[in-house]
Design a protein around this ligand. Structure first.
Ligand code: COA
Length: 152
């Protein structure tokens, strides 16, 4: 992987040709999800949805999936490829996302996450608050945690 950790972290709308690689990251990093590559293509063509590449320099190192109906967005997935996790890339990417969504007129972002997920702390660190729990929400009976972040 040809990246330098001091390279700039950016988010960019993914193009159709980026989706197979993003899908491979999704399979590695979100193993409990069940979307197909066709689902990804279908999702990305719908007007309320976004798939962003997270780039370090020019290299795609992660992705964000989002549905927005202004003034609300639902964060569906965010992932960074494993060897580059926990060094601040996801944090920079989510801050970029907040700026972009604020410009679009989004006032609230919602998400749901597994109670055991390490990402829960990440979301708290970036200003999300727990609003509710859904007991035994997932197929394996794990609870879901619902979170919200205000942007304005
Ligand atoms: C959740 C995820 C997107 C976060 O991205 P990331 O790049 O690892 O996030 P960061 O590095 O910015 O922050 C993660 C932690 O590393 C720590 N960290 C950040 N920069 C650091 C640095 N330079 N040195 C040491 N630690 C650092 C932060 O304190 C942070 O801790 P926190 O989670 O308690 O806030 C990523 O870990 C991931 O892809 N996980 C697997 C997929 C997943 O669970 N996605 C979410 C559910 S859909």
């Amino acid at each position: 992987m040809n990246v330098t950790l001091t390279d700039k972290v950016s988010i960019k709308k993914a193009r159709a040709k980026d989706l197979p690689y993003i899908y491979s990251l999704y399979q590695e990093e979100i193993p409990t999800s069940s979307w197909t590559l066709e689902d990804f293509h279908e999702f990305s063509t719908q007007k309320y949805n976004d798939i962003f590449s997270i780039t370090l320099g020019k290299v795609c190192v992660g992705f964000i999936m989002l549905t927005s109906i202004i003034p609300e967005s639902d964060l569906i997935n965010i992932a960074i490829q494993k060897p580059l996790q926990n060094i601040g890339i996801g944090g920079k990417a989510i801050q970029e996302l907040f700026t972009l969504l604020q410009k679009r007129g989004v006032a609230n972002i919602y998400l749901e996450v597994r109670k055991s997920s390490q990402a829960l702390n990440f979301y708290v660190s970036h200003g999300f608050q727990i609003t509710a729990y859904r007991k035994k929400y997932y197929a394996d009976n794990e609870d879901a945690v619902l979170m919200e972040r205000q942007l304005v």
